[in-house]
Design a protein around this ligand. Sequence first.
Ligand SMILES: [Zn+2]
Length: 105
Amino acid sequence: MIAIWHWLLQVSGVDDEASKWYAFWSGFGADFGEGAILLSIVGLYRRHKCQSCWRPALKSGLGRVEGTHYETCHKHTNKTDHEALKELHKLRHPQLHEHLNREGA
Ligand SMILES: [Zn+2]
């Protein structure tokens, strides 16, 4: 279960805030034995959420930031924000960034 969580952290680009969630869910999930399912739901939410605010990302991948796994809402889907996010992605996930950009090229 910890391995899955670490994978989710990597894939969804979660930050310190997630560590608190992890502490919460790991205690919670252990009791019910459904931790992995709950983590998947949290991971899905984090994946399809704007990277710059709390809004959900645009549907159908319209807000997807090119070369990253980030998505943005209608307010943050613009060239300036996406370029900033791409830089952020590069700093936060250098290996993933390289991988995604190599594959997309
Ligand atoms: Zn936004």
